[in-house]
Ligand binder design. Structure first.
Ligand SMILES: [Zn+2]
Length: 210
């Protein structure tokens, strides 16, 4: 459901010893401890095709935990850009994409949350090429109050992984009961990937010293 055939087989077959679902080395597979988190909000992750090949993509892990999440693909190298996102996203759709025009949630009904998944530059280009999103209100996340260990360093203070951003948006919209298991899942995912690479102790110590 969350990975298309070609992408999945290419990546999974190309990386022997990895779990086919979470893509972590089988010894460190996270699948048995992924919670199932039911949400009222439908989450649509529009993922840049290049992102879909990366083994550190947290959208894949979010999809394992959230039955109401779908990953849609976005191929940039065609004109117009090829995407599974409908031309009309409908009322009640909000966009999670940090820009100056993002505003704190005003309490209006959020039926659907669209999340752009890719690098900072990719998502900015994706946004430009997805006119159906231009009228959707943009949801701002509150400032981070805790340190979070991530697989990818961000040059932005507020930089979040996709799973983390989804968890924070759902905390806002549906409360901590929904968000807490997702934050725990993110922390465990990061730890397992770092353990699989043999760098966990080093990363943990470096983070604590920060
Ligand atoms: Zn797994």
């Amino acid at each position: 459901m969350y990975e298309r055939g070609a992408v999945r087989s290419l990546t999974a077959k190309g990386q022997p010893g990895r779990c086919q679902r979470c893509w972590i080395l089988e010894t460190f597979c996270i699948c048995a401890s992924v919670p199932v988190v039911a949400t009222r909000t439908e989450v649509l992750v529009v993922r840049h095709d290049r992102e879909s090949f990366k083994s550190t993509g947290t959208a894949r892990i979010a999809a394992l935990a959230l039955p109401n999440l779908r990953i849609l693909s976005f191929g940039e190298n065609s004109e117009p850009a090829k995407t599974d996102l409908p031309a009309e996203v409908g009322p009640g759709t909000h966009l999670l994409f940090p820009t100056d025009e993002s505003a704190p949630w005003d309490g209006s009904v959020v039926k659907r949350l669209v999340v752009l998944d890719g690098t900072w530059r990719q998502t900015r280009r994706m946004y430009t090429k997805l006119p159906s999103l231009h009228s959707a209100p943009r949801l701002a996340l509150p400032e981070k109050s805790t340190k979070v260990l991530r697989l990818r360093e961000s040059k932005f203070e507020a930089g979040r992984s996709t799973l983390e951003a989804i968890a924070e948006a759902l905390a806002l919209l549906e409360g901590d009961d929904v968000a807490a298991p997702l934050h725990a899942l993110h922390a465990e995912y990061v730890e397992r990937v770092f353990r699989a690479r043999g760098v966990w102790e080093h990363k943990k110590a470096a983070e604590e010293a920060r």
